[in-house]
Write a protein that binds this ligand. Sequence first.
Ligand code: SF4
Ligand code: SF4
Ligand code: SF4
Length: 381
Amino acid sequence: MEMAVTELKKNKALLCLECGKCTAVCPISAYDREFSPRRMLAEGIFYGGGDLISDKRLWSCLTCLLCSERCPVDVRYSEYMKGVREIAQKQGNWGEPSHGSALLHIMEMMTAPKLNQNRTGWINGNIKTAEKSDVLFFTGCLPYYEDFFAKDFDFHPISIAVDTVRILNHLKIKPAVLPNERCCGHDLYWLGKIDEFNKLRELNLKEFERSEAKTIVTACAECAYTLKELYVKKLGLNSIEVKHISELVAENIDRFKFKDQNLKITYQDPCRLGRHLNIYDSPRDAMKAVPGMDLNEMPHNKRGSICCGTTNWMNCGASSSRIQKARLTEAKNTGADTLVTACPKCQIHFRCSQCGKGKDKEKTDIKLKDFTNIIASAIDG
Ligand code: SF4
Ligand code: SF4
Ligand code: SF4
């Protein structure tokens, strides 16, 4: 209980005014009356946070930062959730993992120092990579998602990796790709499994050092957040720069020649790229540079964007499904043909939602594409 109080203090929770703005905007609260960040904070302040440790609601928060956007006193609710989860899981409390915990087990498996993976089987003859390079492409969990989701969702997550390398090759970059790279640790960090996160970070940093890369590029919003904030910034690693592929494309936009696409799109800001990293303009500017690309914003966009409904492969339930359906409907109502996102997980969750039957099927029927697929297929030559 004392530790939970420390988390309250550390994350400015004792400043809470009980105004309820957090609960008013929270996407989980919108569909689950039992989930209220305001009430959970009040319970923490009055009772020391002890009950929250064994409460299943602890694992439902998306750590999406939307509540922090509205909070007048800057309570760090997502960090508070992460801190209490760290205490909770050490005491044997846990949420309800989706997919029988398989994806969480894969991440934990990657903490084994002697693990020998070969993650480069997807590299085909049409793209160029190198053993050592100034630029490293961090593939993240894309090879695992390909094996796990490609069959069910009629979607090839690995196409995001292939198209990222195509984009880099267009910029005359032959990136290094690591055969034994580990998961960045994003989910384990936000689930409070800090020891496991630290192991992954240490193993990855050794691999980065061996590669001699100075710039790390990723196509995943969560990897971008984790590598930028929890590796480079937290450890003060001045010799490495991390970029999400959308930043690199936007910075080099004059070096691209695009074919006309005649496409109406809308854009889902992934929480980690948007509110966590403040990267809103790069993907938009890059896509708007493609002739014939008509970007229609959803009413909830940029700082006010709504999460894809589930995170960390945890507590994916009825609220997640309703958030996804509402978001897909919002996307479709813009008149766009395609919803573009810059995080593979957003697309996986949205596609999962589209698999269901029922009256919402038509309302949520919109094509889904990753930012990299949009840019790579527009490149002329
Ligand atoms: S971080 Fe997101 S899901 Fe969690 S309480 Fe805040 S608004 Fe709700
Ligand atoms: S918005 Fe901030 S001050 Fe208001 S209830 Fe939520 S945490 Fe407290
Ligand atoms: S929405 Fe995502 S986490 Fe939930 S069941 Fe579907 S793929 Fe799994």
